[in-house]
Ligand binder design. Structure first.
Ligand code: DX5
Ligand code: ZN
Length: 239
C-alpha cells in the first residue's frame, strides 16, 4: 500500500512537471520609463519567457519597437526571449533578431508567402521556429508545416494592440489544433496571445495551450509578480 502511494505521488509529480504550462509576460504592457525595473520583476517572478512584440505599422496598424530595444532587453533578461514579429517580409530580418538575442522567432502565416522556407530560415539560425495566426485564419492551413514548427501562436485578439478583449472563438481553435498535433504525434506547442488573464487562463490551458502570453493582465494588476504566480499555479490543484 505504501509503495503504491509513493509511486502514485511520484507519478503525479512527473505528470505535473511534464505538463506544466509556461507564462510569457508581454513587455508591450510594461512601463518603458522603468523598463529595467520591469525586466527585473520578470526575472524574479515565476514567469518563463519574455514575450516581445515587434510591430511595423504595415502588417498591423501600430508601431512598437525593434532590434535595438530587444538588444537592451537581452542584456538584462535572464529568461528566454520569445519574439513575435508582426511585420511584413519577416524573412528580411530573421538573422538580425537572432543576433540581438531571440530564442524563439514567430512569424505570421498571413505575412509569409513562402512560410516553409521562412521557418527553415529561422531553424537555421538555431532559434525555435514559431508561426502565429490571426483570429480569422483557420488552423487547418498549418497542417503542412506542423512538423517543422516548434510553436504555433494562436492570436486571441486581432494583432496590433495590447489590452484588447479575448475572442472566445479561440477556444475551439486551440482544441482543433491540439487534435491535429496529437494525431500527427508532432512536438509543436501551442501559445495563446491576446486578452489572456486569470479569468480565462484555465479554459485556454484545458483546450490544449502550453504557453500563455499575458500583457495587461500582468502589468496593469496591483501586484504583477503575484499575478504571474497565480497564473503559473493554475491547474496545480488537479495534480
Ligand atoms: C497583440 C500582441 C500581444 C499583446 C498582448 O498584438 O501580440 O502580445 O501584447 O497584450 P494583452 O495581454 O494586453 O492582450
Ligand atoms: Zn504578441
Amino acid at each position: 500500500m505504501q509503495i503504491y502511494l509513493h509511486l502514485h505521488s511520484l507519478y503525479n509529480a512527473i505528470k505535473c512537471i511534464m505538463s506544466k504550462h509556461l507564462i510569457a509576460p508581454s513587455v508591450l504592457a510594461a512601463d518603458f520609463g522603468n523598463l529595467q525595473r520591469d525586466i527585473e520583476m520578470i526575472n524574479d517572478s515565476d514567469a518563463d519567457w519574455f514575450h516581445l512584440d515587434v510591430m511595423d505599422g504595415t502588417f498591423v496598424p501600430n508601431i512598437s519597437y525593434g532590434q535595438p530595444i530587444i538588444k537592451i532587453i537581452n542584456q538584462h533578461a535572464q529568461k528566454p526571449l520569445d519574439v513575435h514579429l508582426m511585420i511584413q517580409s519577416p524573412e528580411k530580418y530573421i538573422e538580425q533578431f537572432r543576433d540581438v538575442g531571440a530564442d524563439t522567432i514567430t512569424v505570421h502565416y498571413e505575412a509569409c508567402p513562402h512560410l516553409h522556407r521562412t521557418l527553415q530560415q529561422i531553424a537555421d539560425t538555431g532559434a525555435n521556429a514559431g508561426v502565429a495566426i490571426n483570429p480569422s485564419t483557420n488552423v487547418s492551413l498549418l497542417e503542412d508545416v506542423l512538423e517543422i514548427t516548434d510553436m504555433i501562436c494562436i492570436m486571441s485578439v486581432n494583432p496590433g494592440f495590447g489590452g484588447q478583449k479575448f475572442i472566445y472563438q479561440t477556444i475551439p481553435k486551440i482544441k482543433k489544433l491540439k487534435e491535429m498535433i496529437d494525431t500527427r504525434n508532432a512536438k509543436t506547442i501551442i501559445e495563446v496571445d491576446g486578452g489572456v488573464g486569470l479569468q480565462n487562463a484555465e479554459a485556454i490551458l484545458q483546450a490544449g495551450a502550453r504557453v500563455l502570453v499575458a500583457g495587461s493582465s500582468v502589468f496593469k494588476s496591483e501586484n504583477p509578480k503575484a499575478t504571474i504566480t497565480r497564473m503559473k499555479n493554475i491547474g496545480n490543484e488537479t495534480f
